[in-house]
Design a protein around this ligand. Sequence first.
Ligand code: ZN
Length: 331
Amino acid sequence: MAKKKKNSPYLAVALTLCVLAVGLAVAIAVLAISETALPPVAESSSQAVTEESDPSVEERSEEPSHGESFEPDISLPEESSEESIPEPLPEPEPGLGGEIPQLGSTREYESYIGLRYSVDLVQFEKYIDPADASEYLLLVSPKAPLGKDYVPDDLIYIEDMRAGRPSYYSYLREYAEKALEAFLDEAAMYGHGDIKVSNGYRSYSVQSTLFNNYLADERARHPDWTEERIYALVATYSNPPGTSEHQSGLCVDMHNQIDTNNTFDGTPAAIWLEENCYRFGFVLRYPADKQDVTGIKYESWHFRYVGRTAATEMHELGMCLEEYLEYKGLN
Ligand SMILES: [Zn+2]
């Protein structure tokens, strides 16, 4: 009796320790798995504003006199074609805190991230990974607008432009455009060859014209409203001039849908672009989980060029551009 009574507290302690140990092991395993899990494609919240691509906005923003000729036979995105995906390198050494290999070292970079490029990067690498990327980290937002005189001096025509788009949406800065060519060539090799650009550079004056047209439309629709109320309404679906990132000439809207809208979200093509953009110097500019930081609703189609080193760091750190600039002390 006495012996039995004496032992039971020890037994209880031993059992408790066992349970704690098992619990700790499970927690460590869960953490390890979540580290390697794919980024979730979350539902949008409704607090943030749209960047500029409300579907009706995009359609209305075309040259009215020319009409819009959307490609009639746009096919649905293919299921991800596993067989065309190249084998990862045998001993990948990805990891935060390592030195991201710089210009001219494709092999080292591939080893670093643990994935080979399928496209031949020889003619593209200097654009994907510019020697000085600082000018490509430009922040443009409603809080950091561009002046009306800001016009990039190295705009070139976008090779992968969707048919029928107006010429004034069809340009991009040189380095971003060349990097984009490699990015979309790679996408095609993974079975996503139907992704095309619907919007590139947009000048202050084009944005201004668009915005003013919307103001006029809404004034006609609500003749008894104040000018402030009209402006506030239009600002929920169109960017006031100077505040659209498209004026930087460093971003594109691209997808394989009829127009820019949420039907692209979560498709194999959208997921592939989001997971691979950093390898080509791009970031998904308005991620679903950063709406409170960017102030812009999730846009699965809007990609911003920042150069490969910054894009890779942002990918590893899980940061959007605003957070990254803050982290680097560049804001
Ligand atoms: Zn956009």
